[in-house]
Structure formats: C-alpha cells, structure tokens
Design a protein around this ligand. Structure first.
Ligand code: KIV
Ligand code: ZN
Length: 546
C-alpha cells in the first residue's frame, strides 16, 4: 500500500510519492538511559531500579543497553555487573574513559554478559584538550588509539567516541577516527556533547568524514546528540540520512543538562518515514509508553504533558473541530494510534476476575511474579476493583510498582488517617512499620492534609530533608482515577525521588514521601533514625509545627 492510500490503514502523506525501500537497513538503538540518563541532575537509581529498567529495555528490544560507567563508583560497577548477569537479549555496554584502570574495570564488570561492549571515549575538541585534559593533539590521539586497542584485547565489541566531536577540528577528528578504527573499534560514535550542532552542519561533517576516512564505510557510524538547542532528535535523524546506522538515545529524552535524543521520538519518526530514512529498527514499539512510564517513575523525572509520543496529551484531542474529525476518521488528526506505542488504556480486569486472569495479564505486560508476589498483588487488585469499576493496565502497573517498592523499604506506611474540611485544622494520624516489626504512630497538624501527613511521618522518621518538588498526575481518566504523586527530596546535597499511586491522592502523596525517605535511607546505608518512643504510649506525639 502506498503511503497515500486513504482507504486503507496508512496514515501517511498522500502527496509524498517516494516508496519505502523493500529491504531497509537495520538501525541500531543504543539506549543510554542508565548512563547518560542517570547523569540528569537529581537522578540517582539503585541497582534494583536499573535492573528493572534494563529488563524493560530488553522487552522493548533495544539493541544495546549502555548500563553504566563501571569505574565511576562501586555502585555503578555493581549495577553494570548485575545487568550483565541478569539481562538477556541486548548487548550490554559499559562506558570507559581512556585510562587503563577504567578499561579493565569495564571489561571486568561486563564479563558475565553474553554479548558485551566496551565504549571508550576521550575529549577531542580544542576546548576539551586544552581546557580540561591539558593534553596536546598528539597525546589525545595516542591515548585514544592505545586504549581502544586495549579494550579490543579484552572485548570483541568496542565503540569509540571522540567527545565533543561537533567542536573538534575536522581534520584532527578524521585522524583520531581512522586511528581508532585501525585499533579495533567496530563502532565510531560522534557525540554532539554540548548540543551545538545543527542538522545541516552535522550532515555535512558526516558526509565529509565518510569521504575523508574510507575505513568508516567498514564500521558502524553512530551519533550521540544532546538537546541543548532542542535539536537532538532532528540531528539524530539527519545523521541517519547521511549513513549513521546507530543512534544513542535516552527514554523520555533525559540526560545531562537538556538531555539526549529521545528514544521514542527517533523510533517513531523512523518507523513512520521508511521512505525518508530507509532504515528499520528491531524495537517492539508497543513497549514505548510503558518504558517511558517506568523511567519517569523510577527517576522521578516527570514527562511533560505535551511531550511527543509519550506525553499525557500526545493523543488527546481538545478542540471541537479536531474531535469531530477524529470521530469521523482518526487519520484526520492522528499520525499514529495510541496502541501503536502501547498508550491505549485497555480495560482488562474487573471485580469478578480471578487470580489466573491477573497472572495472565501481568505476564502479557511483562511482569513475572512468583506465587507469593502474585498472592499479594491479588489482594491489592481486589481492593482496587472494589473501589474502582474498571481496572486497566496502568492500574496493574501501579499495583506491581507499589508492591516492589515496598519490598525494598526500611520502613513502611501501615496506616494513614486524615481529617480535614472547611472548619477543621487538617490533622493526620500515621502509623509506620519499622524493620524490627514494631509499629509507631504519630499525629500532626498541618496547613493541609498532605502537609499534616508529611509532618506526622517526619516526626517518626527523622531525616533532615528538603522537599524540592511535589507533583500530582492522574494515571487513568475519570473520577475514580488512580492518582500518582512524585516527590523529590534534597538530603545532604543529594536528590532522592519517590513515587506513590493510589485512588486517594493523599495516600498516594504519603506513599511517595515514604518512598523518597526510604531511598535516602538506602543511599545512606544505615538504619533510619526513629523518634524515641514516648513513655507509656505507642504514639510519639503531636507535632504542631515543623
Ligand atoms: O555526550 C557525550 O559526549 C557522552 C560521551 C561520553 C559519549 O556522553
Ligand atoms: Zn552524552
């Protein structure tokens, strides 16, 4: 069917005549959410979070997962090792500076992976060489080539990145690229590290490099575009037209500063325009929305409502003319269907659904729960189904993510009761369960019900944190929607995010706060400081003011 076939399912432009190629070349997606994405200010993922995201990236069928930067910290090393051990399917890559100890640590962390890649990089631009590395052109060249060679001796698959390629002298860039290809790099990645390139210039540089370095034709050319000018997706797509066959992306476009090229945007642009890009990815696009939600929940980085492909409004049609068009023919105002990226809110289960149906649906969504986990999820599901007529996939995701969160908690929210109203001072009673199994309770008054709940929790678990961000979103539509709260706490200079979901928004807020505090405690690696128990009572007191 041609891209202009209106009677069929095609949503393309009827004026566009070029046919899609019969045998599109493969476009490799290297996802760096766990490495560059984790470099987003305020994001700190635990090994469990990283494993969950890596598992989801495997379900999305990205080709390469850049799992971390093993030499940068013992935590990063452990996370890369765990992903290399446990995540099957994609190639697992680790980033390494051009130092022998870095390269060896990366090879070590990646050892258990069925397919591993060492990604070595060094700054090549004048400002990086002189301003940061204090090295000459010749020294940077020598280091790049020798460390690529070392990496190649330790791993069959090596990628080399001349950092800040877009601001590097082209002739020198060509020399470094040639040297690293000769030293064994099978992928040459050009980073637009500071998001300075424009699509036209970037293409010119790539076209010129292909001419100047014939050996580039024998390896995979990759691009890694940052979004400082909002051009990361455009630059990545332009590079594909000039021959790049790997793109480095992050889910939701997160990453250093303004972020990286957004995986979902590049993926859908390429999918919808085979006639322009002539490539195909092996992604399962129906996993895009779920991946986006998981990354947003675990990083605490909210997705803006108008974000392309995965934003809450991406498929919402507001104006009368648009709604009218949509009712008559979806293609009038929709270039892709929500279901194509997994954003359709499918009604799945109800009050009468049994445990078997729950297990089946969760498995279809990619969650494999053991019997004990399923038992607990079923109790939550029944509770939700009693309160809510329709239980959707989004609700099930919230149940599982809540449950998994609890498994890793140092203390747990056992009970929350709030009274508030037009003539009442908002008062919250909170009971938490501590690691040794005792419960502690506190009562607090606040400016509002959420403030009162947070104060009551604070009076029990004593962590000097500053609430930096508090955001509420509805996961599902309707009056009985599950609400989702994200909080970001600053504690001793480090940000921890928390996430909670519930049909009651105050309960969701308290869960999110408890989640963030638990992450602070986990990062500290020590037991939580709990307020001393009061004589003769289980309650620790009434906090009237913070
Ligand atoms: O932006 C960048 O240059 C990078 C490299 C390490 C690939 O992230
Ligand atoms: Zn980067």
């Amino acid at each position: 069917m041609s891209s202009g076939d209106v009677a069929g399912v095609s949503l393309g432009n009827p004026l566009f005549e070029r046919a899609a190629p019969d045998n599109p070349e493969q476009l490799i997606f290297l996802d760096t959410t766990l490495r560059d994405g984790e470099q987003s200010p305020g994001v700190a993922l635990s090994t469990e979070d990283k494993l969950a995201i890596a598992g989801q990236l495997a379900r999305l069928r990205v080709d390469v997962i850049e799992a971390g930067f093993p030499y940068s910290s013992p935590g990063d090393f452990a996370a890369v090792r765990a992903i290399a051990e446990q995540v099957e399917g994609p190639v697992i890559a680790g980033l390494s500076r051009c130092f022998e100890a870095d390269v060896r640590a990366t090879a070590d962390a990646l050892r258990p992976a069925a397919r591993a890649r060492i990604h070595v990089f060094i700054g090549t631009s004048p400002i990086h060489r002189e301003g940061q590395l204090r090295m000459t052109q010749a020294q940077v060249y020598e280091r790049a080539v020798s460390m690529t060679r070392l990496a190649r001796s330790l791993c069959d698959d090596v990628e080399f990145s001349p950092m800040d390629a877009s601001r590097t002298e082209p002739e020198y860039l060509a020399d470094v690229v040639s040297g690293c290809i000769e030293a064994g790099a099978a992928t040459i990645n050009l980073p637009d590290t500071v998001g300075y390139a424009t699509p036209e210039e970037w293409r010119q540089l790539i076209d010129w490099l292909y001419q100047r370095v014939p050996a580039l034709g024998g390896v995979t050319l990759s691009v890694h575009c940052h979004n400082d000018l909002g051009l990361a997706t455009a630059n990545s797509l332009a590079s594909i037209r000039s021959g790049a066959r790997q793109v480095e992306t992050c889910v939701n476009g997160i990453g250093e500063r303004a972020g990286n090229a957004s995986l979902e945007e590049v993926a859908m642009a390429v999918k919808l325009h085979p006639e322009v890009y002539g490539v195909a990815a092996q992604l399962d696009h129906s996993q895009l929305y779920r991946t986006s939600r998981m990354v947003s929940q675990l990083t605490g980085m909210l997705v803006q409502a108008n974000k392309a492909v995965v934003g809450a409004n991406a498929f919402a049609h507001h104006s009368g003319i648009h709604q009218d068009g949509m009712l008559k023919d979806r293609r009038t105002f929709e270039i892709m269907e929500p279901g194509e990226v997994g954003a359709g809110s499918t009604l799945v289960l109800g009050k009468l659904s049994g445990r078997h149906a729950l297990r089946e649906r969760l498995a279809q969504l990619g969650y494999r729960l053991d019997d004990e986990e399923l038992k607990r999820a079923f109790v939550r599901f029944k509770d939700l189904a009693d309160r809510k007529r329709e239980v959707t996939d989004r609700d099930l995701e919230a149940i599982v993510s809540d449950q998994r969160q609890e498994g890793a908690e140092a203390f747990h929210l056992e009970h929350l009761q709030v009274s508030c109203g037009t003539s009442l001072r908002p008062t919250a009673t909170v009971r938490v369960l501590l690691p040794e199994g005792q419960s502690r309770e506190a009562v607090a008054i606040g400016d509002g019900p959420i403030d009162a709940s947070f104060r009551a929790i604070d009076s029990l678990i004593q962590i000097e944190g500053e609430l930096e961000e508090f955001a509420v979103q509805a996961i599902t539509a309707g009056i009985d929607a599950v609400g989702e709260v994200t909080v970001r706490l600053r504690h001793e200079g480090r940000i921890s995010s928390g996430h909670g979901a519930d049909t009651d928004i105050i309960v969701a807020a308290a869960k999110a706060y408890v989640h963030a505090l638990n992450r602070v405690i986990a990062a500290q690696g020590t037991a939580p400081r709990v307020a001393p128990e009061r004589m003769g009572t289980e309650r620790v007191g009434t906090e009237l003011a913070r």
